[in-house]
Write a protein that binds this ligand. Structure first.
Ligand SMILES: *[C@@H]1O[C@H](CO)[C@@H](O)[C@H](O)[C@H]1NC(C)=O
Ligand SMILES: *[C@@H]1O[C@H](CO)[C@@H](O)[C@H](O)[C@H]1NC(C)=O
Ligand SMILES: *[C@@H]1O[C@H](CO)[C@@H](O)[C@H](O)[C@H]1NC(C)=O
Ligand SMILES: [Zn+2]
Length: 313
């Protein structure tokens, strides 16, 4: 059983706290999203396939540093809204650097998309490849009062996306702390939630190298698909163990606790959408061109070639 047969009749839709009462959508019938949510069929939708060779270097893009993510939020609440695992933040860090984001953006929540034991589930593709999963940190522009208001404004949201692989030889300790309420079966069913007694910073999750990233203008990847998101997708993935991936793949349900044969939440991703003439930009650092399709020495070589050309000239 999986999510594909489940309709979400939910008040909590996508990343919004309070939108679209009474409407429904499911990952089993993505082509029908536009029936109730017309924006899902418009021209700047997400996710997309990010193709390194087609991305334009934007020299005005700065470096994200780990220090930006150091401050732990005031409170963190993990919840199961029936289609993902989401951690809501109060007092999240802000990013206030015009070389990174056009405005002051505050972290409000993060959530994940994933596959199953045999099939990948990231939303963005990278050079045509799909990763096992993807983490999204959702920020809103503080010129708006809250996430719900910002979500329908063209400059309202900034989402940082990190691919996830399940090839780490040991448990990722930050992810283990995050999923403890799941490993102990307390928030595994629809509408369950729990606050962490101790909060922890986003910095603990991040991959080592966050200076290589891609940037484009797009949308929410769930209904109502508002085109309000400045996307930043990082090249280096977060790595978790297969045992940790297995928790996501087999122990999270879209139904209420007590339901017999509850559907699993997995394969909770939207397929890549057409670019429709949009430009994908990239940061100036030399880039990894796909950690699982190409070994490390290839992109080291790519950087060396570029440096070589500069020296020759
Ligand atoms: C994983 O998902 C794929 C794609 O939907 C499906 O074909 C496959 O049967 C699933 N595997 C398991 C073990 O559920
Ligand atoms: C805001 O919502 C309206 C109605 O759904 C939609 O037409 C408009 O495109 C949305 N704005 C953005 C930025 O997506
Ligand atoms: C990140 O990786 C790129 C490409 O390998 C490299 O050029 C850059 O110096 C690295 N940055 C950091 C902070 O490690
Ligand atoms: Zn998402």
């Amino acid at each position: 059983m999986n999510i594909l047969n489940t309709l979400f009749f939910v008040a909590v839709v996508g990343i919004l706290a309070d939108a679209t009462l009474g409407a429904s959508w499911s990952y089993g019938d993505i082509s029908a999203w536009a029936t109730n949510y017309a924006t899902c069929a418009t021209q700047q939708q997400s996710p997309i396939d990010i193709v390194h060779d087609d991305a334009i270097v934007d020299t005005t893009l700065g470096d994200f540093t780990h220090a930006l993510f150091d401050a732990p939020p005031q409170t963190m609440t993990i919840k199961n809204p029936g289609y993902t695992v989401q951690i809501d933040l109060t007092g999240g860090y802000t990013i206030d650097d015009p070389s990174l984001l056009p405005g002051v953006f505050k972290a409000a929540q993060f959530h994940l998309h994933w596959g199953n034991s045999s099939s990948a589930g990231s939303e963005h593709l990278f050079n045509g490849n799909q990763y096992w999963g993807e983490l999204h940190i959702v920020h809103y522009n503080t010129k708006y009062p809250d996430l719900g208001t910002a979500a329908n404004e063209s400059d309202g949201l900034a989402v940082l996306g990190f691919f996830i692989t399940k090839d780490y030889p040991q448990d990722n300790t930050a992810v283990q702390r995050m999923i403890q309420p799941l490993t102990e079966d307390r928030v595994n069913y629809n509408s369950e939630s729990e606050s962490y007694t101790t909060t922890f910073s986003m910095e603990t999750f991040l991959p080592n190298n966050i200076s290589v990233y891609y940037r484009y203008q797009g949308s929410l990847t769930t209904p109502p698909c508002y085109e309000s998101v400045m996307w930043t997708v990082f090249s280096e993935p977060i790595r978790i163990s297969t045992a940790q991936a297995n928790i996501f793949e087999t122990r999270i349900f879209s139904a209420d606790r007590g339901t017999s044969n509850p559907d699993l939440v997995n394969n909770n991703y939207r397929p890549a959408q057409p670019l429709n003439g949009r430009t994908v930009f990239r940061s100036t650092q030399c880039s990894g061109t796909g950690s699982f399709s190409m070994p490390t020495f290839h992109f080291v070589a790519l950087c060396a070639t570029v440096i070589g050309l500069i020296i020759v000239r």
